[in-house]
Design a protein around this ligand. Sequence first.
Ligand code: PGA
Length: 243
Amino acid sequence: MNLKIYENYESLSHGAANQIIEVVRQKPCAVLCLAAGDTPRLAYTLMVNMAKTEGIDFAKCTFIGLDEWLGISPVNEGSCHHFLRRHIFEPLSISNDKIHLFDALTEDPQGECRKMDKTIIENKGIDLMLVGIGMNGHIGFNEPAGSFQAYSHVVELDETSRTVGQKYFREQTTLTSGITLGLGHMLEARQVILVANGSKKADIIRRTIEEDVTPLLPASLIRNHVDAYVILDKEAGSLLTPR
Ligand code: PGA
């Protein structure tokens, strides 16, 4: 696992954006799984700007959704769907046939999981997965304990995710379950980037990097990946033991 600690959120975001651009430069038909969330927001804005100024074409890329709040409409501003459309797909004019996101309004969530797993196999796996980390150490909606499954699955949300998740919504919203790729997808992705910023993430980052690798702390599994990058700002890295 590679650890990079940047001076601040801006430089971290530049670093992450550069790394995504580099993957697409080398493989224009890359399969990308880019998480929604506050952490990568600026990285995506910078990535879109770089794509435009440097003429990097994302049109041949395939986009795989990491997770979604079950029961939340894609037009709801708090949905991952809405976030990805607004920050990535619309500015890069990605065509719908290149976008595979979980349908959170489906009446058959298990079928939706099987469909996503099949899509990933048909596209020959994920080239780059970029994820944030939850305050409880979750990746996507792979919550600590209870939901450790390799591939797409439905999960009952942890209390922390239900509470913290309110920040994405304008109004108080009932969040009970999610649909998510599994940690097997993360381990099988050819490259993984985990981004975290701010002092509020410092303790979970310390535990992720310095305590045991365990499904009780899903993010710690990134240390078993052969080409993984943990990209932090100074604040998120502030509790790490100096090397
Ligand atoms: P955040 O979310 O980037 O909004 O902090 C991270 C996550 O919950 O995975």
